[in-house]
Design a protein around this ligand. Structure first.
Ligand code: GDD
Ligand code: MG
Length: 356
């Protein structure tokens, strides 16, 4: 049996997670205290894959600065940079020269999952497939690639982000490719694996198969999903070989200070050196390193960026607060509010109600 290598696509701009992705690429955002990609790399390692090629573009240098040669994770990590983003298919093609194995597992770099990757590889081998794609079922398939299969699990149709999905079975963003198929993708030009490569392979009647299961799965690309996925890691609902077994309602990192009577629930994460004031209430909050939540403030299902400050008795619900932003006392930020890095909102400066 030939060995398997992994490719992780991490070159996207992460626009749906702005403004957090202005300073850091999406796969590097802290998730349960670790750069998100660490959880995925630990899963790859746990599946017995030792060599990983990262296909980078946007903020490419950040990955190598953090992961280096991969030895801390017991991996050998190589980096291939796209000067201009080549899309998902172009990104896969672009790393071809860095690959040595016959069987390549390709990952979208923003997926939190619990699937046993060995089972996906087994399905690939059993079907003598050219490509195998991991599929999951979701309530609303419109934001994903919809995949129709026949009774043998062979893929019949791939429809990327369609408004009228014919099935709730979607592309989970993990594939097994035979090396030759990667070499067939046109080189040096932007190509979408979802809109071009998969439809062509299906039209050419190549052996494209599905591995469907119901393990934990979440794309972390939106604030809602990022907050949920982070909380699921803290509470042990989402598995990660990179985290210790002990799970609870919150995860507080070293150097953080928690004031008297502060309530931390719903899978809240408090970063290194962050400060939580007395009586503050954090429910499903993701508080990055060095941020400060003042006394009596309430933060629900929201992300608070590096070094940001939430003033006394302010309320942030379903919001994203950029790095270093300063939210004044008694402000109310609700329903998808996004504050850009460094922006200062004066005390009482934004309100949704007239009481308080
Ligand atoms: N190297 C490189 N170059 N990587 C890229 C590029 C690029 O030009 N564009 C995107 N990526 C990376 C992103 O960083 C991310 O890790 C991955 O490719 C997928 O991009 P997303 O932007 O997150 O795509 P999506 O979530 O809208 O849709 C994709 O994932 C869904 C599952 O999570 C598609 O593959 C869907 O079919 C799928 O259902
Ligand atoms: Mg995504």
């Amino acid at each position: 049996m030939s060995t398997t290598e992994a490719v992780v696509l991490v070159g996207g701009k992460g626009t749906r997670l702005r403004p957090l992705t202005i300073s850091a690429p999406k796969p590097m955002l802290p998730t349960a205290g670790l750069p998100f990609l660490t959880h995925l790399l630990a899963r790859i390692k746990a599946a017995g894959i030792d060599r990983v090629v990262l296909g980078t573009s946007f903020k490419a240098e950040v990955f190598e600065e953090h992961f280096g040669d991969g030895s801390e994770l017991g991996l050998e990590i190589a980096y291939v940079v796209e000067d201009e983003p080549l899309g998902t298919g172009g990104g896969i093609r672009n790393v071809a020269d860095a690959l040595t194995a016959d069987t390549i597992m390709v990952f979208n770099g923003d997926v939190l999952g619990g699937t046993d990757l060995r089972h996906v590889l087994d399905t690939h081998e059993k079907n003598s497939a050219d490509v195998t794609m991991h599929l999951v079922r979701v309530a609303d398939p419109r934001a994903f690639g919809c995949v129709m299969t026949d009774e043998n699990g062979r893929v019949e149709q791939f429809l990327e982000k369609t408004q009228d999905p014919p099935t709730d079975q979607i592309n989970a963003g993990t594939y097994v490719f035979q090396r030759e198929v990667i070499d067939e993708i046109p080189a040096g030009v932007p190509v979408s694996v979802e809109r071009e490569v998969f439809p062509k392979l299906i039209a050419d009647e190549r052996r494209v198969f599905a591995h469907v299961d119901s393990a934990y799965w979440r794309d972390m690309g939106t604030p809602e999903d990022f907050v949920r996925g982070s909380a699921d890691l803290v509470r042990g609902i989402a598995p990660s070989p990179a985290l210790p077994e002990a799970k609870g309602e919150s995860l507080v990192h070293e150097g953080a200070g928690i004031g008297a009577g502060a309530v931390l629930i719903g899978g809240t994460v408090v970063g290194r050196g962050a400060e939580i004031g007395a009586g503050a209430r954090l429910d499903g909050a993701v508080v990055f390193d060095g941020a400060k939540i003042e006394a009596g403030a309430v933060v629900e299902r929201s992300i608070v960026g590096f070094g940001a400050r939430i003033g006394p008795r302010a309320l942030v619900r379903d919001g994203v607060i950029g790095d270093g932003a300063d939210i004044g006392a008694r402000c109310e930020l609700l329903r998808g509010a996004r504050v850009w890095p460094g922006v200062e909102i004066p005390d009482g400066g934004i309100r949704y109600s007239t009481d308080m």
